[in-house]
Design a protein around this ligand. Sequence first.
Ligand code: SF4
Length: 75
Amino acid sequence: MVKVTVNKAKCISSGDCVETAPKVFAFDENGKSEVVNPAGSEDRVILSAARSCPVKAITVVDEATGQQLFPPPKQ
Ligand code: SF4
């Protein structure tokens, strides 16, 4: 399982994440993406959605280990 969050301040409403994982992300009333069901898709689909975000507004963390999977933690 992964923990997924959207930084709405960064989101530019491109819609990529909603398109890639429509069960997980949806637009709120302001046209910003938000997580509606973190378990709505497989982890790899959620990761793919995070990678598709042009402004890296989506953060994915491995729930079991606490490790940040995306964006890759800064070295
Ligand atoms: S892909 Fe990124 S910028 Fe586009 S709607 Fe999703 S969170 Fe917002």
